[in-house]
Design a protein around this ligand. Structure first.
Ligand code: GLC
Length: 529
């Protein structure tokens, strides 16, 4: 086998813990629930799970407002439950990644309570406090990603503090050395407990302009977009000093052996790839979200795949993401038939794939009645489609009213859908789940699909084709990204997998075949090209 690290070979599965499996009947998923379902992840073919935040939190942003970085929220369980989860996962050969949220804490974190208590408190400088502008208003024009000014007035000490997200999520001051040390201790706390790495929340936002200059207006702003799009984020994101921090996080992880640092970064590719670090000493994988944002057609995807491949620095390992807890589900974005094509794309491209829970059974966005809306992004900026509850509905394990998720009232309604659950699909060869399992098994057994080069990325009409090859092993992938049949040139070989399940195992003579609408195929080419 190759020299690749485990995370280069791995398939990562994101668990949104509130919605995965509830063992104690409070309607909210928990750690014991995740542990109970680890065998499911193993059987699916995942190698690692990333768990969104499970720390104590007022849950204003559902755990992304952390009140204690070194503990587990009672609703999710205890540190013992966490240790059990890690031990059991490791026994099954699964790695465990935690969500690390260093940009901001909860306003209920004791650090912030101290910081806001007086101007001369030793923790004052741990957050971003500024005097009002001469007119008494906010110190500058920076906008929150959840709407309105990013500055909150604090009457007690007569200053404003900065929050890139909710006012309940004050940003930490990463220019302060004590903050860096404290956060380093947090990483070590979890690494010492055996976690295999971190997904770092909003990594590209950690440092803000030292001079607090106004952001310039965004000439491309369109009505209906989120408020902060009114401005270019010139002084609030992707500041040069951030790379120093990424490097030091990575150095800490490296002390623990083969661990992985993944960064949540929404930036154009040229900036994104700079997060690998000039010498490969930055993030192991800056998340690549292009498959979420790209228009879904063969031309665009071919362009994205080629551009990304060319932009990657020599030492950099690619990665791809199809869905997460902040974006509409893939089956709702492009339809359930194309969702299979997307899965085939994700799992045959070069790079580590990250799956979002429930996508493997084709879950769609739920409908959330107005009185059950939970997400602050919807509550505070209603009507512009920023709400993230639809993609966070409970995992559908079976066809019962609560989908086998909970014996209590689920915190979000079940999205449902005929046959969209694990039990039904488990016994059905043509199901999405069985397709995912076969796809993951193929990837797992063919080094060419993991470490092989990607070549000849071409779009022709609605069809995207590319090849993966390693030594004498060559695979040809053809994906029809539209509903009409399409003729496609193919090499001789064996059809090993189709999104429709048809003709698998059959010999392909070439030089062309008719791909059904919404069909994707993998051919094992008989001759190296
Ligand atoms: C990240 C998280 C998102 C959260 C935000 C603030 O983007 O993925 O869910 O609201 O950070 O922490």
């Amino acid at each position: 086998m190759s020299e690749l690290a485990w995370w280069q070979r791995a398939v990562i599965y994101q668990v949104y813990p509130r919605s995965f499996q509830d063992e104690n009947g409070d309607g909210i998923g928990d750690l014991a629930g995740i542990t109970a379902r680890l065998h499911y992840l193993r059987a699916l073919g995942a190698d690692a799970l990333w768990i969104s935040p499970v720390y104590p939190s007022p849950m204003v942003d559902f755990g992304y407002d952390v009140a204690d970085y070194c503990a587990i929220a009672p609703m999710f369980g205890t540190l013992d439950d966490f240790d059990r989860l890690v031990t059991h996962a490791h026994e099954l050969g699964l790695k465990v990644l935690l969500d690390f949220v260093p940009n901001h804490s909860s306003d209920k974190h004791p650090w912030f309570t101290e910081s806001r208590s007086s101007r001369d408190n030793p923790k004052r400088d741990w957050y971003l406090w500024r005097d009002p502008a001469p007119d008494g208003g906010p110190p500058n024009n920076w906008l929150s990603r959840m709407g309105g000014s990013a500055w909150e007035w604090d009457r007690l000490t007569g200053q404003y503090y900065y929050h890139a997200f909710l006012r309940e999520q004050p940003d930490l001051n990463w220019r302060n050395a004590d903050v860096r040390t404290a956060m380093d201790c947090v990483m070590r706390f979890w690494l010492d407990r055996g976690v295999d790495g971190f997904r770092v929340d909003v990594l590209w936002l950690l440092i803000k302009d030292a001079l607090f200059r106004d952001n310039p207006p965004n000439p491309q702003f369109k009505a209906g977009e989120p408020d902060h799009h009114r401005q270019l984020q010139t002084y609030t994101e992707d500041q040069p000093e951030v790379h120093d921090i990424v490097r030091s996080m990575r150095a800490t992880l490296d002390e623990y052996g083969e661990r992985v640092l993944i960064g949540e970064i929404y930036l154009p590719v040229p900036q994104l790839v700079s997060y690998y670090g000039p010498n490969g000493d930055g993030a192991n994988m800056p998340f690549n979200f292009q498959l979420i944002s790209a228009p879904w057609n063969a031309t665009e995807i071919a362009r994205i795949v080629s551009e990304y491949d060319h932009a990657l620095p020599l030492h950099a390992w690619p990665n791809w993401v199809l869905g997460n807890h902040d974006n509409p589900r893939v089956a709702s974005r492009i339809g359930v038939r194309q969702a299979r094509v997307a899965a085939m794309l994700l799992l045959t491209l070069r790079g580590t794939p990250t799956l979002y829970y429930g996508d493997e059974i084709g879950m769609t966005d739920g409908t959330i009645p107005p009185d059950r809306v939970q997400d602050p992004a919807e509550l505070r900026q209603p009507g512009i489609g920023q709400g993230r509850d639809p993609e966070r509905t409970p995992m559908q394990w079976d066809g019962s009213p609560n989908a086998g998720f909970s014996s209590g009232v689920p915190w979000l309604p079940i999205s449902g859908g005929d046959g969209i659950n694990v039990v039904d699909q488990d016994s059905k060869p043509s199901s999405m789940l069985m397709f995912y399992r076969r796809l993951l098994a193929l990837r797992g057994s063919e080094p060419a699909l993991v470490e092989g080069a990607i070549e000849r990325v071409v779009s022709s009409g609605s069809v995207l084709t590319y090849e993966r090859h390693l030594g004498d092993h060559r695979f040809f992938i053809a994906l029809n990204m539209a509903g009409a049949d399409a003729q496609v040139e193919v090499p001789q070989g064996t059809l090993v997998l189709s999104t429709t399940g048809c003709h698998e195992g059959e010999r392909i003579e070439g030089p062309s075949l008719l791909l059904a609408g919404d069909e994707g195929i993998v051919i094992r080419a008989s001759k190296p090209a």
